[in-house]
Design a protein around this ligand. Structure first.
Ligand code: DC
Length: 247
């Protein structure tokens, strides 16, 4: 019997898995696959900040100098709802919905990538997104990836993982991803974007990217995808077994 079936049919306790790390560290791929294998819901919290960014872009809330018109955005936050399609597409991705509209393709554009960090530093934006994320996790049985999941969104998550990989390797992955999608883009431009996002993500005042004290660290630079998944599945099983023994 394969693993996903085991978790779906047994009444093993459901947990929250928080996977944080730098952009393009490969954490989303790992998180999505773990969720699939164990029959959990997967939430890409970065997609939520990207959706808010798209909303701001569409509604003229990005100033010509690239800064955000915060006064215009904040009163609109309660009108913004970000959700995910319940069923994954052929590529395994559950598309992101902005007030019901499928915006998956648009939120992955370089333009959104370039504007998302200044949106994600706004405390009111974070407050709204964290509230939605916590609602998603109310029933547990969820894998969520992002920057502050193990520290702020679910500080009591039963399993926390922090993924690291070198900047050059992450930029290379991101460049390959974008060019495979047909984008004509120079590696240097992608490298600059990833480096700048690292800088903003780690230095912002509210919920900067940091490793939770009780997170397991994975250096994702030099290992294969299969090795990553083996490592993650082992941790997941150990966490469940520990809970079962305690309960
Ligand atoms: O993971 P990503 O590259 O799609 O994330 C997009 C942006 O959102 C990135 O600049 C960091 C920010 N983000 C965040 O601040 N907190 C999260 N939990 C997830 C993403």
């Amino acid at each position: 019997m394969i693993m996903e079936e085991i978790y779906e049919i047994t009444d093993a306790p459901k947990i929250i898995v928080a996977i944080d790390g730098y952009s393009s560290s490969g954490k989303s791929t790992m998180a999505r696959e773990l969720a699939k294998r164990v029959g959990y819901i997967y939430i890409d919290s970065g997609a939520m900040y990207r959706a808010v960014t798209l909303y701001a872009m569409r509604n003229g809330m990005i100033n010509p100098d690239g800064s955000v018109n915060v006064e215009a955005l904040i009163p609109k936050l309660s009108d913004i709802y970000v959700d995910f399609e319940p069923v994954a597409h052929e590529d395994g991705v559950q598309h992101t919905l902005l007030n019901g509209e499928d915006v998956e393709k648009e939120i992955r554009s370089l333009e959104v990538s370039n504007h998302v960090s200044p949106i994600a530093v706004i405390p009111e934006v974070r407050e709204r997104m964290v509230a939605i994320q916590q609602e998603f996790g109310r029933e547990k049985g969820i894998v969520m990836d992002g920057r502050d999941i193990g520290t702020t969104v679910f500080p009591d998550a039963e399993l926390k993982v922090f993924v690291v990989a070198g900047l050059h390797e992450r930029a290379r992955r991101r460049w390959r991803e974008l060019t495979q999608k047909g984008l004509d883009i120079r590696f240097e431009e992608v490298y600059e974007n990833v480096a700048e996002r690292d800088r903003i993500d780690t230095t912002r005042e509210v919920s900067p990217l940091t490793k939770a004290e009780d997170a397991y660290e994975l250096d994702n630079g030099a290992i294969t995808h299969e090795e990553q998944m083996e490592w993650l599945m082992r941790l997941f099983q150990q966490t469940i077994e520990k809970l079962e023994n305690e309960g």
